[in-house]
Design a protein around this ligand. Sequence first.
Ligand SMILES: CC(C)(COP(=O)(O)OP(=O)(O)OC[C@H]1O[C@@H](n2cnc3c(N)ncnc32)[C@H](O)[C@@H]1OP(=O)(O)O)[C@@H](O)C(=O)NCCC(=O)NCCS
Length: 140
Amino acid sequence: MIRQANIKDVAAIDSIGYLIKYDFSKINNTRKRLDLNYVKIFVYEEASIIKGFIEIECHYEITDIINIAVMSEYQNRGVASELLNYVIANIAQQSIMLEVNENNVNAIKFYQHNDFKELNRRKKYYDNLHDAIIMERKTI
Ligand SMILES: CC(C)(COP(=O)(O)OP(=O)(O)OC[C@H]1O[C@@H](n2cnc3c(N)ncnc32)[C@H](O)[C@@H]1OP(=O)(O)O)[C@@H](O)C(=O)NCCC(=O)NCCS
């Protein structure tokens, strides 16, 4: 089941967010972001286990994926694809965008297989070392 996250999900989201960044719980402030009206977080829950989440920002016709992650033991089973498709079917209006570290090969492969195309790069954006790749998928 995919549903909107609530305050009780913060610990689960933060522990999965560790896969994105070791200090995710400090930098993301999930609890506070749940209250922002332009932020939406959806969780994928099965048998009372939160297996993954997607966090997006909605700015008029553009939807930005801020974070998406799935617990390691549940990866490669289509969980992230379902989260993405849920956002595309229910939220995204014209275009869905994201930024990904060029060294995050798994995520880039995932986005490419889900029809995201590279739009641009921010050179040496991460730690003054790796490019950020900006990707977009048109939803209309
Ligand atoms: C990137 C990430 C979110 C993908 O999550 P996922 O749930 O494994 O993604 P999916 O299962 O939908 O797709 C992954 C692969 O599994 C395959 N797959 C999908 N459904 C499947 C199924 N039922 N059975 C077997 N394989 C399946 C897909 O074809 C896909 O293959 P591909 O990589 O060759 O395209 C996950 O690797 C992750 O959490 N990474 C760490 C966090 C991160 O880097 N996030 C992105 C930056 S914010």
